[in-house]
Design a protein around this ligand. Structure first.
Ligand SMILES: [Fe+2]
Ligand SMILES: [Fe+2]
Length: 165
């Protein structure tokens, strides 16, 4: 069996997040449609646009390592998105829907932050400097999104969820 190195791990993890981003870009419009608070809706829509740019960046990273852009099924993101869909279903029409959707979106962001943090560190180790820059740009967007969601939860969404319909 051929020995596997950090190059292989980097490539495999890139495929993982590429798959994840392509699932996320499909899930965000559903979450935006479901959200009741206009600010939460707008946050999901904005992040959908950003996610399209993130997919483009990943394609550039594949190019940098001389591989074709290709995804690999990631059961972790599938599960997180599925939980979001459950919230959409089970909390439809209730005051708690937005708080549930927001929490599901933050779980997605945290998964991404974990992946991009690792990929950035590995790109650094492997000397892929251009990839480091690209991965850092995305990591910054994911972190900003996470912070914006926390802000919305604290200022509006959680309070609204506590009220009786
Ligand atoms: Fe993303
Ligand atoms: Fe994200």
């Amino acid at each position: 069996m051929a020995s596997k190195t950090l190059d292989d791990l980097f490539h495999e993890t890139l495929k993982d997040i590429y798959y994840a981003e392509r699932q996320i870009v499909k899930a965000l419009p559903k979450m935006a449609r479901g959200a009741q608070d206009p600010k939460l809706k707008a946050a999901f829509e904005k992040h959908k646009e950003e996610t399209e740019g993130q997919i483009d960046r990943l394609k550039q990273v594949f190019e940098i390592i001389g591989k074709r852009a290709q995804g690999k099924t990631c059961p972790a993101i599938d599960g997180i998105i599925e939980e979001g869909e459950e919230i959409l279903d089970e909390f439809k029409g209730t005051p708690a829907l937005d708080a549930g959707l927001l929490a599901a979106a933050q779980a997605v962001e945290h998964y991404e932050i974990s992946r991009y943090g690792t990929l950035r560190a590995w790109a650094q180790q492997l000397g892929h400097r251009e990839a480091v820059t690209l991965l850092e740009q995305t990591l910054a967007e994911e972190s900003k999104t996470d912070e914006a969601l926390t802000g919305l939860a604290k200022t509006a969404v959680n309070t609204a969820a506590q009220k009786a319909a």
